[in-house]
Write a protein that binds this ligand. Structure first.
Ligand code: HEM
Length: 492
């Protein structure tokens, strides 16, 4: 007669064999991958990564495992690249194999997996080529890219000059200005700095960004299936961005109603025309249009505003670097607007802006890529579909490229004759064929914005520079600068 315990014993035995086999398969597969801490089932390396500062944790792991190692964000393996050599080598030697976008669950959910930044394969190729050409050729008859930036710089400088030397936090003015540049290029419009509805939308956008760096935002990154159903702070991320999404949708609808095929006005018009041409064949449909525009606001406006904000803090912390007066006087003068072509004649200003961008290190973790085929890298195997994370902060602070990586130092970009000097470690926009598509727009904007402000104002702190702490208040997906009020003294 069979014992009643027999089925239970058989089940346990079966489960044990199954688990042993699964473990064996996992260990076998993992043995060729870059080394790293052993992950727990489902939890991955959560125990190692849960502590506050993710970047510091990754740096510690890199000390133990070297510049190329594997960590598991939940059950998902990520190959982490640390330092200039590893980050540069991967997109150059294996460029075409890391063109996929790695999992960024909170953004994938936000964009419904549509749009340029999260697209993959042929859809990504088509969206990328279209967007690059449209942004590059944006002369399109009426406005060059330079003109909307200059217009915005004038509005921004007027706000600062009209503060009557009262200390102000420039944060909102900067996000208004940088989002207006994007609005102008992509949607042919700009918003008044006193438009309360728009200000609320921008304020919600900044709040949403800080959620991505919060503990619940990081948990979402590791355990999306669980976090999607848990009612925590991260659910606000989607609510806070609804206003911006609605504006983008409304703009797309209005553009469609007033579209003149003979005279495209902006990026949206060009996309709508391409949609007609392609008969709405993917990826040229409404969902991809809305997600692409939406991301350019999110990814572009906030990052640019934060860079300038860090820049202003650097200028008041180290007033000795505010010696642009002579260069501005010689090249631009004090009556006309700064132009992009002035940049090559202003090595000092150019070097300061590069160093500001390096020092502000806005996206320290970079943006995850994904292997589109098996990659053999430094003797390891990175299997197809594995995420690859280039930790950009370790490039921007790499001592092999920058003499004093943790100190603001204009000489990182100036040679001994005072000429502007390129530095290979300058990779805030990442590298390779999937680098930031907004790079040249951002670089134009940073130059014109900084030159316009410094042409018309001197910046002063409200406390002694030595007492100013300008270290980021949050650091994870994005480095968030502290709030310090600044006095803008008009130059007559
Ligand atoms: C300081 C400003 C900015 C920084 C530091 C920055 C940085 C980055 C980085 C690191 C990436 C990831 C690239 C990669 O996967 O290797 C990226 C992607 C991207 N950026 Fe930017 N960005 C900035 C401004 C902008 C602006 C103004 C726009 C819009 C016009 C923009 C649009 C995009 C898009 C669409 C992608 C995705 C590209 C793709 O997947 O093909 N960015 N950016």
């Amino acid at each position: 007669m069979l014992d009643v315990k027999t089925p239970a014993v058989a089940l346990v035995a079966f489960a044990t064999v199954f688990l042993m086999l699964a473990l064996g398969k996992f260990v076998w597969k993992r043995r060729k991958m870059p080394p790293g801490p052993f992950p727990l089932p489902l939890l991955g390396n959560y125990l190692q990564l849960r502590s506050g500062n993710q970047i510091q944790t990754l740096m510690k792991l890199s000390e133990k495992y070297g510049p190329v190692f594997t960590v598991y964000f939940g059950p998902r393996p990520n190959v982490v690249l640390v330092g200039y050599k590893a980050v540069k080598e991967m997109p150059i030697d294996h460029g075409d194999s890391v063109l996929g976008r790695g999992e960024i669950p909170i953004f994938f959910d936000l964009y419904n997996r549509c749009g340029l930044p999260v697209a993959n394969g042929d859809h990504w190729k088509q969206l990328r080529q279209f967007s690059r050409m449209t942004l590059r050729d944006f002369g399109m008859g009426k406005k060059s890219l330079e003109e909307p930036i200059q217009t915005e710089a004038r509005h921004m400088v007027n706000v600062f000059r009209n503060t009557k030397q009262h200390p102000v936090d420039p944060g909102y003015t900067l996000i208004c200005a940088s989002s207006n540049v994007i609005a102008s290029v992509l949607m042919g419009t700009r918003y008044d700095y006193n438009d309360q509805k728009w200000l609320n939308i921008l304020s919600d956008m900044c709040k949403a960004f800080s959620i991505t760096s919060s503990p619940s935002g990081r948990l979402y990154d590791m355990f999306p299936s669980l976090m999607r159903i848990l009612p925590r702070n991260h659910q606000n991320f989607f609510k806070l961005l609804k206003g911006l999404r609605d504006v983008v949708k409304e703009q797309a609808r209005r553009h469609l109603e007033t579209l003149d095929p003979a005279c495209p006005r902006d990026y949206i018009d060009c996309f709508l025309l391409r949609m007609k041409q392609e008969n709405m064949k993917l990826p040229f449909d409404m969902k991809n249009l809305i997600s692409t525009i939406f991301d350019m606001f999110l990814g572009g406006a906030e990052t640019t505003a934060v860079t300038i904000k860090f820049g202003f803090l650097v200028l008041i912390k180290y007033p000795e670097i505010q010696v642009f007066y002579e260069e501005i006087e010689q090249v631009i003068g004090f009556t006309r607007d700064p132009m992009v072509e002035d940049r090559s004649k202003m090595p000092y200003m150019n070097a300061v802006i590069h160093e500001i961008q390096r020092f502000s290190d806005v996206l320290p973790l970079g943006v995850a890529r994904s292997a589109t085929s098996d990659i053999h890298f430094r003797g390891y195997l990175i299997p197809e579909k594995t995420d690859v994370l280039p930790v950009l902060t370790t490039v921007l602070n790499d001592p092999t490229q920058f003499e004093t990586p943790h100190k603001f130092n204009v000489k990182h970009f100036l040679d001994e004759n005072g000429k502007f000097m390129k530095n290979n470690g300058f990779l805030p926009f990442s590298a390779g064929k999937r680098n930031c598509i907004g790079e040249s727009l951002t670089r134009m904007q940073l130059f014109i914005f900084f030159a316009s402000v410094l042409q018309k104002c001197t910046l002063k702190p409200t406390v002694a520079p030595k007492d100013l702490d300008i270290n980021p208040v949050e650091t994870s997906f994005e480095n968030i600068p502290p709030v310090h009020k600044i006095i803008f003294i008009p130059r007559e």
